[in-house]
Design a protein around this ligand. Structure first.
Ligand code: SF4
Length: 394
C-alpha cells in the first residue's frame, strides 16, 4: 500500500538505498531480540543513506518501543494504523487517506498483497517438498541462518495473500497488538478471487497471512470458518499455509481444519501454543484445554502432508519447573515438525511485565538446555544471541 502511495504521487523506485530520496524501514518489534535487531538496522541505514535523503521508520517499533527507537532515531515515523506522516513529504498531491480505496474501504487501513514468487506450473508438490526440505535443514543443520535459508527455499514459488491485519486478542505478554490495532479483513470474495487469479497464473500454494488469522472476518460479519469453507469448496489443485492460528481458534474450527487436511488442502500450519500448562496459559490470557488441544493436534499430525509448527515461550513469570516440564511433555507428545522456542521478555506496557516471579537467566537457560537435550526439533537461534550478548532494551 505504501509503495502504491508513492507510485500514484509520481515517485519512482530507487535502485538502492544510497540512491533513494526517501528510505522507509518497516520494523518488527514482536520480541526483544527483534527490537535490538531493528534499532541496529535503523542505525545502519542512517549512516548509509545519501546526505539529503530521509529515513522513515515504520510499523511496530515506533509504536511499541518509542524510547528504544528515540535513542538512535528522531525522524519521521509511521505505524501500522497511521501513515499520515507520509503526506508531509515533498510532491505529495494525493494524500494517503484520499487514495483510491481498495477492497471498497480506505486504503490506509487495509492489508496488502505481495507476490514473492515468479513462474508458473502446478507447484503443490514442489511446495510440499520445500517444506520438507525446510524441516530437514532445521533438524540436521541447526546453524545460524538455516531457518531463513530454509524459509526462502520454501517460499520460492508460492503466492502470499494478506487476509487481515490487527488482532482481537489480549495476550498478557504481547505488545504487537498495541501497534497493529483492530482487525481489518480483506473481504472473503476478494480472497477467493486472489486464489482464482493465482491458480490461473499457475500458482498452486497460497500463504494466507495475517497478524492473527483467528480474527479473520470479525470486522466484516464473516469468520475464519467461512474462509475455510470457501477454500475447501474452491475448484482447482492447490494448498494453503495457515500461520499464527491461536489455539482457541484451532479448537473452534477444528472440524473444518480436519476437512481441509483430509482434502489435502493444508501444507503448513503454525499454531503458537506458548505453554503446555493451563495455569500459565491463563496467566498469558490464552486459556485453553490442553488435553483437548493435544488430541486435536495429534489428529492433524496424522496427515503427513501438513508441516506442523508451534512456538513455546520459556520462563513466563512464575513458571515452575513442573509447569515447564508439562510444556516439554506436550511438545514430545505431538512431535511437531518445528518448534520456535523463545525466552520470555518484558515488553513495554504489557500486563505480564508487571507480574511478580520473573525468572533468572540461569533458570531460563537451563530450561532451554532441557529442550535442547530432549530431542525435540526446534529453532532457537533467533533469540540466543540476545541472551548471550546480555542486551537490555526497555
Ligand atoms: S494473538 Fe496474542 S500474541 Fe498474537 S498478536 Fe494477538 S494479542 Fe498478540
Amino acid at each position: 500500500m505504501v509503495r502504491r502511495f508513492f507510485l500514484v504521487n509520481g515517485w519512482t523506485e530507487a535502485a538502492s538505498e544510497e540512491k533513494a530520496d526517501c528510505v522507509i524501514l518497516f520494523t518488527c518489534a514482536e520480541m526483544r531480540y527483534k527490537v535490538v535487531n531493528m534499532t541496529k538496522e535503523v542505525e545502519r541505514l542512517s549512516g548509509r543513506i545519501a546526505p539529503n535523503s530521509e529515513l522513515i521508520v515504520g510499523s511496530c517499533l515506533p509504536k511499541t518501543n518509542k524510547e528504544a527507537l528515540a535513542k538512535v532515531f528522531q525522524g519521521r515515523t509511521i505505524t501500522p494504523t497511521d501513515f499520515s506522516a507520509l503526506n508531509a513529504l515533498p510532491d505529495i498531491t494525493i494524500k494517503i487517506e484520499d487514495m483510491p480505496p481498495i477492497f471498497g474501504r480506505n486504503a490506509a487501513f487495509e492489508p496488502f498483497d505481495e507476490r514473492r514468487p515468479r513462474g508458473g506450473g502446478d507447484i503443490t508438490a514442489l511446495s510440499r517438498l520445500s517444506h520438507w526440505a525446510s524441516g530437514f535443514v532445521h533438524r540436521h543443520f541447526p546453524i545460524p541462518g538455516s531457518q531463513d535459508m530454509a524459509a526462502r527455499l520454501a517460499r520460492t514459488r508460492r503466492m502470499v495473500i494478506y487476509v487481515s491485519a490487527g488482532c482481537a486478542k489480549n495476550c498478557s505478554y504481547c505488545a504487537i497488538r498495541f501497534a497493529t490495532g483492530q482487525v481489518r479483513s480483506k473481504p472473503l470474495d476478494l480472497v477467493m478471487q486472489n486464489i482464482s487469479e493465482g491458480l490461473r497464473l499457475g500458482y498452486g500454494a497460497f500463504d494466507l497471512l495475517s497478524d492473527s488469522i483467528g480474527g479473520y472476518g470479525l470486522d466484516l460479519g464473516t469468520s475464519l470458518g467461512e474462509l475455510f469453507d470457501r477454500v475447501l469448496a474452491h475448484p482447482g489443485q492447490f494448498t494453503v499455509a495457515i500461520s499464527d492460528l491461536h489455539p482457541q481458534e484451532l479448537i473452534r474450527y477444528f472440524g473444518k481444519i480436519l476437512s481441509l487436511c483430509q482434502a489435502g488442502r493444508i501444507h503448513y500450519l503454525y499454531v503458537p501454543v506458548q505453554s503446555g500448562n493451563e495455569r500459565i496459559l491463563r496467566m498469558m490470557n490464552r486459556p485453553c484445554d490442553v488435553k483437548d488441544l493435544t488430541n486435536k493436534l495429534m489428529a492433524i499430525r496424522s496427515f503427513g502432508g501438513v508441516f506442523l509448527r508451534t512456538g513455546i515461550m520459556v520462563g513466563f513469570p512464575g513458571e515452575t519447573e513442573a509447569e515447564f516440564e508439562e510444556s516439554l511433555v506436550f511438545l514430545k507428545t505431538i512431535g511437531f515438525d518445528d518448534v520456535f522456542v523463545h525466552y520470555y521478555c518484558d515488553m513495554p506496557n504489557t500486563h505480564s511485565s508487571t507480574l511478580p516471579g520473573k525468572l533468572d537467566k540461569a533458570t531460563m537457560a537451563e530450561r532451554l538446555n532441557k529442550v535442547n537435550r530432549s530431542g525435540i526439533r526446534y529453532c532457537v537461534e533467533a533469540t540466543r544471541h540476545e541472551w548471550e550478548s546480555n542486551l537490555v532494551i526497555s
